[in-house]
Design a protein. Structure first.
Length: 429
């Protein structure tokens, strides 16, 4: 079977569709003199969105094509006809994709179905009908459609997983992940057998976690040797690191210290992650060797496994689920504390008659607008899951989500705040 290349960084250019031009014209009909202005508005250009999906695990689709142009809106017509709106374009990217513009991270797509507006479609120009007034009943004014600028974006994929396997080549990472998930990693005696990250799902006691088998690491990786930083950046997303060591080696302590040193040099954030030390290939060692390993790590909790005969696997998985439960609880408490202490800089009363909430429905897209939504839509960047939770919390606190649900919004419909870059799929039912 042909192996798909793993591409984790690409650069592309995007440009939303141009708005259609407004029309300058006058009503002409037999037997009617001095017909009024009848030039319609141009249609809005189509926008370009990124949508994260679990069905993709590489940016390979963008390697051969680097330019994406949105669909233009059509020009307005006579008889006040508004031009058609250009269709939006949705570019699929793997969950875990970060988007950079001018070296600044502008989006972080962390869950399946998350949508980010990359380039807003240009507004259609107004036709002369829109300029009619009591003082100017026959205006000869019209506008061209807005023409968005090109944006240069860099896409960078960081594999999302709960658990990452860390270890030198041939430590048994591929064998372990194959034994506990349905993933199929290549297994051999060659260094760097795993050249692309592979994800697998572990199921146990009606619980699941995602584990990733990442490229083999060597000493000097933090300085760019071997797979280097390209590997270490993927580990930065995981919650727990399983440090896998070949127990049959005589220099197991040196191997452990070498990789710990690489993590410490790469970042404090990475080196502080929860670590579970696991010795593989326990079926190849005798009891005295095992006791020697335990004495070498007196203050560490060690796990010995054999992926071949399944020894120690269940005990290891129980430990992983226990630690993940602790981490999930802390993450939830941290988020709830953030929401509790999140003081609004501007107090805007949703029930204020001077600021009513306006809801417009376009297929499965709910466009909402008032001062409150626009303020926070422009203020909170959707660059993390926490920020998404934060703005959803604000919409809930003001009763906006309830109003949308009463209006007919369903799970997986899209919420957009008018005149902002806020666009998400609502899956917080």
């Amino acid at each position: 079977m042909k192996q798909i290349a793993f591409i984790d960084e690409v650069s592309i250019k995007v440009k939303a569709g141009r708005g259609g031009d407004g029309k300058m014209g006058f009503h002409k009909e037999k037997y009617i003199e001095r017909g009024g202005p009848s030039g319609g508005n141009g249609g809005n250009g189509g926008s370009i969105f990124f949508i994260a999906t679990n069905n993709e695990n590489t940016l390979l689709n963008y390697k051969g094509k680097s330019i994406y142009k949105g669909n233009d809106g059509l020009a307005g017509g006579l008889k006040n006809m508004t031009g058609a709106t250009g269709d939006d374009i949705y570019l699929k990217v793997p969950v875990g994709t970060e988007v950079y513009e001018n070296d600044i991270k502008v989006a972080d797509l962390q869950y399946d179905g998350q949508i980010w507006l990359a380039s807003q479609g240009g507004k259609g120009g107004r036709g002369n009908k829109s300029f009619k007034s009591a003082k100017n009943t026959t205006p000869k004014l019209f506008e061209y459609g807005e023409n968005p600028e090109w944006k240069e974006l860099k896409l960078s994929l960081k594999v999302l997983a709960d658990v990452g396997l860390l270890g030198f080549p041939n430590a048994g990472k591929s064998t372990l992940i194959n034994s506990i998930t349905n993933a199929k990693s290549k297994v051999s005696d060659y260094a760097f057998t795993t050249l692309t990250p592979k994800l697998g799902v572990v199921n146990r006691y009606d619980k699941t976690f995602v584990i990733t088998d990442l490229p083999g690491l060597i000493e000097g990786a933090s300085d760019g040797k071997g797979m280097g930083i390209k590997f270490l950046k993927h580990l930065s997303r995981v919650r727990i690191i399983i440090h896998l060591i070949d127990s049959s080696l005589d220099d197991f302590e040196i191997k452990y210290k070498q990789l710990r040193n690489e993590l410490d040099k790469f970042s404090d954030f990475l080196s502080d992650k929860k670590e579970i030390i696991v010795f593989s290939k326990s079926d190849l060692i005798k009891e005295n060797k095992k006791n020697n390993i335990i004495k070498t790590f007196p203050n560490k909790e060690l796990y010995f496994i054999s992926s071949i005969n399944k020894d120690g696997i269940n005990k290891l998985l129980d430990k992983v689920f226990l630690e993940l439960d602790k981490i999930y609880k802390l993450e939830k408490e941290s988020y709830e504390d953030l929401m509790k202490n999140d003081d609004d800089y501007v107090e805007i009363n949703l029930t204020d008659e001077s600021d009513p909430l306006i809801i417009e429905k376009q297929d499965n897209i709910w466009v909402i607008s008032n001062r409150f939504t626009k303020f926070w839509g422009n203020r909170i960047p959707l660059t993390s899951r926490e920020n998404t939770w934060r703005i959803i919390s604000k919409l809930k606190s003001k009763g906006i989500i309830d109003q949308l649900l009463k209006a007919g919004m369903k799970k997986n419909d899209i919420i957009s705040i008018k005149d902002t870059y806020f666009v998400i799929k609502y899956d917080f039912m």
